[in-house]
Design a binder for this molecule. Sequence first.
Ligand code: C6P
Length: 420
Amino acid sequence: MNNPNTAKTIIKTPAPFDVESIRKDFPILNEQVHGKPLVYLDNAATSQKPKQVIESLDTYYRETNSNIHRGVHTLSEKATAIYEKARGKVKDFINADSTKEIVFVRGATEAINLVAQSFGRNTLKPGDEIIITELEHHSNIVPWQILSEQTGATLRYIPINDAGELILEEYEKLLGDKTRIVAVGHISNALGTINPIKTIIDKAHAVGAKVIVDGAQAVPHTRVDVKELDCDFYVFSGHKLFGPTGIGVLYGKEAILESMPPYQGGGDMIQMVTMEKSTYNTLPYKFEAGTPHIAGVIGLGAAIDYVSELGLEVAAQYEIELLDYANEQASQVTGLNFVGTAKNKTSILSFTIDGIHPHDIGTILDGEGVAIRAGHHCAMPVMERFNIPATARASFAFYNTRQEVDALIQAIDKCQKVFN
Ligand code: C6P
């Protein structure tokens, strides 16, 4: 990774990318919708699963299903071993220092709430400041609003320009000796903007603030190196990374996680419980109360194996070319307005069409077998910034093709005919 701020610079490896053979790994891509071949362009909401992931879940439930960290019997030991092996895969995938820094959670949302409540609630006081951005998903807004109400801290927003890029000069003005936490998305789900997070992290550290990066939209599209970024926390969801739903990751620097109290109490997160008090388990188990999503972790491990073998850099380069093609085709559609035109962006084409509500676009496209998302994308402040209620959003993955982009454009054409 040369410059962590620019995904485009890290994904130059020219290699043949055989999309047709990759598509064979994803059984759902053979489905028909309303009698038409499925064109799945809603990957930012959740991505499809390769058979390697599906089979890992099937095998786990058929052959190894058992609770972990508890049993002395063979199955339990086997399940524990695969579960912990997957933690090692996550550690290597994001280049963390230790498996103690990898906490399994339900998803990016739970990870952010964990940090807000365990780290934020115990360190913030009235007058302290939290900086987030106008680009954030609600998961990276609401937990900080709740925390502000609880602690008396003030929430500040880095504004965005008309292209949907963060205005860094404004960020610098917001930073100061009251800044305690900076929470920023790596890639915007609504617009696809790739934020200069390395710069944001360095500037936050210069004033002594801690930084949490919401990587939900980044891990499927770019190589993440938490050591190089030097972020304090990094979070993501398995289901956007071609893994199962209900599983996600909180990365935190060991010393910071060590200093934080448990988020939830229950089984497995304790060392000893008496009727008077409890002592807590070591990292990362202190933050994993109750029976975890064992199958989910195993499936996430299989997803990481899959993308690692595929080569995320090569896949990301292919996706950028596909987005360029989609932009080119969409720019020829009369009445189509791009929302989010950042110089550094990936995999997302957000748009409106004059005179047609995005929900109607979504419904008519669905009739053509084309799955996109229409709405505010859980990023209402972004919609407010552009003064629109919603956009239509096509979001791409490495298994999408130029033919599918053509199908999208034809479906948009049909939509315009219906409304005219
Ligand atoms: N965005 C989308 O269609 P969960 O739900 O916890 O897996 O992920 C939440 C989340 C957090 N941050 C970003 C940047 C996201 O994009 C998402 C999920 C989906 O854009 C569903 S709303």
